[in-house]
Design a protein around this ligand. Structure first.
Ligand SMILES: [Zn+2]
Length: 320
């Protein structure tokens, strides 16, 4: 695989760095030897990434693809699933909840997504100004149906490596992570990233989900794994300080929750919560605040720290 975008992370694991306007690109991982390549995640939709895959697939050194797997339903990971599955005809794998989410998103037109997002912003009490535009997933139609739904705890051989499937949660509903204790590897998709870690958002389509609770549960589950695992993430370089990074991410969430509870002097909306928790957010972060604050609020409600005023819209939260 001579392509300059390909980095070799191990003898039988390569990372194809695909373009993306944010996060310095998105990783597609290629597992296995030349006669048994399994592609994990596919990059953004559009001609630029499609052309990269065409050139990779047409390179005789690349060899034969035996499977395509999408870790989760976000656009930067599923953008070229259609092209790869149609072109190679190989089995496609996802988790069932993530497939349900992508199938729903693909079925909605941009107008419908816009209407759902508007309701969600209203629920959070956010002003109309500065609202981000939802992503139009309908361009991914027809989205291939997975041949295999991977389940939590199952064992699967991909690219000649035996993996245990761990279904995470929080960043999205039930993303696939692949653990090889033998190789000391955790392929984590976006469940573990450098810096402050992945965003943990509520979804506009599922505004009551306890995404942050699900994410904490995932982090707790990592505590039981060996300290010396190397994390293969969906963005950026391999993470070698696994446990300190888990702790950094967890304490970042805890600190934001504390800032919120400490600053809460009376009833408030998610928009007011955002001002307490996120000082001077960038424009990009600002557009995400309705989703991040709703996830925080839902977590604190589930923890019985705060309650929702019944029937309120925008939702009003009060100390329990
Ligand atoms: Zn991503």
């Amino acid at each position: 695989m001579p392509d300059p975008l390909i980095e070799h992370w191990a003898e039988d694991i390569a990372c194809l760095r695909l373009p993306m306007p944010a996060f310095g690109g998105v990783n597609a991982l290629i597992l296995g030897p030349q006669n048994d390549r399994v592609i994990v995640d596919t990059g953004m939709p559009g001609a630029e990434t499609a052309a990269i895959w065409q050139s990779v697939l047409s390179d005789p050194d690349f060899g034969a693809v035996s499977g395509v797997l999408a870790t989760h339903a976000h656009v930067d990971h599923v953008g070229q699933v259609g092209l790869l599955v149609r072109q190679t005809g190989v089995p496609f794998m996802m988790s069932q909840p993530e497939y349900e989410d992508i199938a729903k998103l693909v079925s909605l037109g941009l107008d419908q997504r816009q209407a759902i997002a508007t309701d969600f912003h209203d629920l959070g009490g956010f002003s109309v100004e500065g609202r981000g535009q939802p992503i139009d997933y309908s361009i991914l139609a027809p989205f291939p149906e997975p041949l295999l739904f991977l389940k939590d705890g199952e064992t699967i051989t991909l690219g000649g490596i035996t993996w245990t499937v761990l279904l995470g949660g929080g960043h999205s509903r039930a993303p696939i992570c692949l653990l090889s204790l033998e190789r000391g590897l955790l392929l984590a998709g976006d469940q573990l990233l450098m810096g402050s870690g992945p965003q943990v958002p509520a979804q506009a389509e599922r505004p009551g989900d306890n995404a942050l609770g699900n994410y904490f549960r995932f982090l707790d589950c990592l505590d039981g794994l060996p300290d010396d695992l190397t994390i293969l993430p969906g963005h950026g370089d391999p993470i070698r300080n696994f446990k300190p990074q888990v702790e950094r991410i967890r304490s970042g969430h805890r600190q934001r929750l504390e800032r919120f509870l400490d600053g809460m002097s009376g009833p408030l909306t998610c928009a007011e919560m955002a001002d307490l928790v996120f000082a001077k957010p960038s424009k990009r972060l600002k557009a995400r605040l309705p989703y991040l604050t709703m996830a925080m609020a839902n977590y604190l409600v589930a923890q019985s720290k705060i309650v929702v005023r019944p029937g309120s819209n925008p939702r009003i939260f009060e100390k329990a």
